[in-house]
Design a protein around this ligand. Sequence first.
Ligand code: ADP
Length: 263
Amino acid sequence: TEKLSNGDFTVVLQTTSNDELGELAASIQKLANDLHYMRQERSEFLASVAHELRTPLTFVKGYADIAKRSHISDDERTEYLSIIKEEVEHLTRLIQDLFTLAQMEQHTLTIEKEHVHLYDYLEKITAKLKPTLASKNMHIHIHCSSLLTASLDKVRFEQVLLNLLLNAYKYSNTDASISIILTQHHGQTVWRIEDQGVGIPEQDLPHLYDKFYRVDKSRTRSTGGTGLGLSIVKEIVELHGGTISIESQLHVGTTVTIALPTN
Ligand code: ADP
């Protein structure tokens, strides 16, 4: 303001004004870009949700039509019905993830911890994935003492595990295996989920938890996906007071490590 009184008033004011206008223009430009990016991101997200809904529905319709035919054997009918059931479960998981996204955005996602026997809990969850894994001849190995217990939200943490295990399945080739390794020390339960899949490029690692983020859209298009999984996983882990980290090596595999307070 001292300069303003020495005859350069207009010029200085002009400069200040230009600076402010320039800043304003730049932030409007940034807002416009962000908005454009968000719109694009939302519309890609909607397209992938629609795709994810349509694929299992196509299977359900197709197999229901075949199962209705009178000349097929009981064994065949049972097989088709179990495919239908698996696809319906896939749809249910997707819808649960969408609900969770809405709760995250409205800040209403809560957890209710209860006492859980971890080995039994893991056995039940992994059993649900057996038919899916069998389609790629994949297996899950559980390394967990039958004595371990912890406090966690059973339903929410199942969502975490299913998302991680299904990622391990989706991004692996046939015959690969997945290991779940549980250890407890210093009041923490550490969960490691290791796969032998395609891996994640280093530059993508920092973005994995962003909502809708997908490493390679062309790669994920064939495997399906919405880019929601890991953002939900991180939110639920943090609501439990825990942390998550992901290490990966291309063509070798990925390890997700979650540390939760045991109680
Ligand atoms: P998506 O629905 O696309 O699987 P996620 O949020 O679960 O969304 O994962 C984000 C991206 O991270 C995926 O698109 C995939 O490229 C990558 N990714 C996640 N888990 C793995 C894994 N175990 N192996 C390789 N890539 C993975």
